[in-house]
Design a protein around this ligand. Structure first.
Ligand code: ATP
Ligand code: MG
Length: 507
């Protein structure tokens, strides 16, 4: 069904609608990215499903989000339904075999899959600011907060760490403004309030440890198939910003952690980005530029990124230009904007003299698409009207019981279930505050003792410990510095942030 070097996608049709030939995705160009588009109900998810099946069978691990729950069926054996068997005959898929795929379910909320977490530190200020939709001024404060945390060795693992750090920064606003530029109490306060909202939306589950290990989404089975990581995203979609930021973070993690490999026989991982418009919707230009950069560069790390969205206009042109393998399902063309989308989609293909691309896009049947894959030398093939093959796994969702069983038997079962709350910024800052308080109490006690000589203005020189109120800061600071010194080494010296601001490091 799948030969060594390509994935069978379906059969293209001649102008009279008869069988033309098999259409395939060449695995060696699997890292040249791709695009699956089409109006709702036209067959995008099934196309994603058969691509994921193909990659898995070739030994390529896959990561994809399941927006409606209907992709979960990929974990179950398909059934010989009439319309599927008929489609298999039409595309000359013979034999049409059924198969269940090795799936690992993930869920940011830990309900429909293994919990998937990242630390605040890993996420970095750029993505966090995007997640919280911060203003430029607030983002500036966030950058300073991360700098302070990095410099002072404060580990930022969960939301409570970030809250504690922000509270601390608000207290030291004047001092920090002098050192780093504008840190106003109102802007810190605004960030703190946004954090509370995030927490209420359930994002607290997502931040913390144990954080996702990239190796766990790059698994293969003993029989050489790539694991398919399916992220339950139905609930997640209610917070589109969290969804988009999470996937961006994952992509940037892959980018930062994987070594350069150049062009391989097949990708090391394929990443499907469903509802891709959410990535770019009112995203600031800097972020779009960085995403464009990551998409361009991640290719040489052996990662293929496939965007799935209704409308090709949802994807910025510079990103679109990098998506080599394309599956365009039907689009409607009633409104001027829809007509524009059809024209744009049509223009991105290498034309086929047999038909008019724009007209064809509006006439495609369900599960039929205009397909153009990269062929020899990485050149896009002439676009073909293609009937997409039926999946080998189940079409549609699995039951909660089936899901529970798969989760229980997963290779990562038990590894992510328990939150680990080790000492981090929250605890460190609490300790510091306590130490500062104690130091101050001690100083006051010495003062009130009254047995010592005090000469106004000379106390520091004499080292009597007699401090006026204006010097309180110094006592607190001394306490902070000693704590920082003792924990500093455990954080590591060089904190380097990558293109999307997540941590760049080797594990
Ligand atoms: N390649 C195919 N072979 C057989 N049937 C298909 C194929 N593609 C789509 N279908 C049929 O069309 C239905 C809708 O397809 P699908 O769920 O992939 O649409 P979609 O574009 O993802 O829709 P939405 O935007 O609403 O998520 C499927 O449930 C299936 O019955
Ligand atoms: Mg769908």
């Amino acid at each position: 069904m799948v030969d060594e070097t390509s994935i069978f996608i379906g059969a293209s049709r001649k102008p009279d609608d008869s069988y033309q030939r098999a259409e395939e995705l060449l695995l060696r160009y699997g890292n040249r990215h791709g695009l699956v588009t089409g109006a709702t109900g036209t067959g995008k998810t099934v196309s994603l499903q058969i691509l994921a099946e193909g990659f898995s069978n070739a030994g390529v691990p896959v990561f994809c989000a399941d927006i409606k729950g209907d992709l979960s069926g990929i974990s179950m054996m398909g059934e010989a339904k009439d319309f599927l068997v008929k489609r298999a005959e039409q595309v000359k898929l013979d034999p049409y075999q059924f198969q269940e795929f090795p799936v690992i379910f993930w869920d940011l909320f830990g309900e429909q899959g293994h919990p998937i977490r990242a630390t605040i530190s890993e996420m970095g200020p750029l993505l966090l600011s995007r997640l919280m939709n911060l203003t430029e001024a607030q983002e500036g404060v966030m950058n300073i907060a991360f700098r302070i945390a990095d410099e002072e060795g404060l580990l930022l693992l969960d939301l409570k760490d970030l809250q504690a750090l922000l509270a601390n920064i608000a207290e030291r606003a004047d001092e920090l403004s002098a050192r780093y530029g504008n840190v106003t109490k109102p802007s810190v306060g605004a960030i703190q309030r946004t954090l509370l909202v995030l927490e209420q939306q359930g994002a607290a589950n997502f931040f913390g440890e144990p954080a996702l290990r990239i190796a766990d989404i790059m698994r293969t089975t003993r029989d050489g198939r790539g694991a398919i990581s399916v992220l339950a995203a139905d609930k997640l979609m209610m917070n589109p910003r969290l969804y988009a930021t999470f996937l961006l973070w994952l992509m940037s993690e892959l980018f930062e952690e994987l070594p350069e490999v150049g062009d391989l026989d097949q990708p090391k991982l394929v990443f499907f980005f469903d509802e891709a418009h959410l990535l770019f919707e009112d995203a600031p230009k800097v972020l779009i530029d960085r995403v464009e950069q990551v998409v361009r560069l991640i290719r040489s790390k052996g990662v293929g990124v496939y965007f799935v969205t209704q409308n090709p206009l949802d994807i910025p042109e510079k990103v679109l230009a990098q998506l080599g393998n394309r599956v365009q399902h039907a689009l409607r063309a009633y409104t001027p904007r829809e007509q524009q989308a059809v024209r744009t989609a049509a223009e991105t293909f290498r034309p086929n003299p047999d038909f008019d691309c724009a007209t064809a896009i509006t006439q495609l049947a369900t599960g039929e698409a205009l397909v153009s894959m990269l062929e020899d030398k990485g050149v896009p093939a002439i676009v073909q009207r293609t009937l997409i093959r039926p999946p080998s796994s189940r079409l549609g969702p699995i039951t909660p019981d089936e899901r529970r069983k798969i989760i229980a038997e997963s290779p990562v079962a038990g590894q992510y279930d328990q939150v680990v709350d080790r000492e981090s910024a929250f605890e460190m800052l609490q300790k510091k505050a306590k130490e500062a308080q104690d130091a101050e109490a001690q100083a006051q006690q010495q003062n009130s003792g009254g047995s010592r000589w005090t000469i106004p203005g000379f106390d520091d020189v004499l080292g009597t410990g007699n401090r006026r109120s204006s010097n309180r800061q110094t006592v607190a600071e001394a306490a902070i510095k000693s704590v920082v010194r003792s924990v500093g080494s455990s954080v590591g010296r060089a904190i380097v942030r990558g293109i999307l601001g997540s941590l760049a490091r080797g594990r």
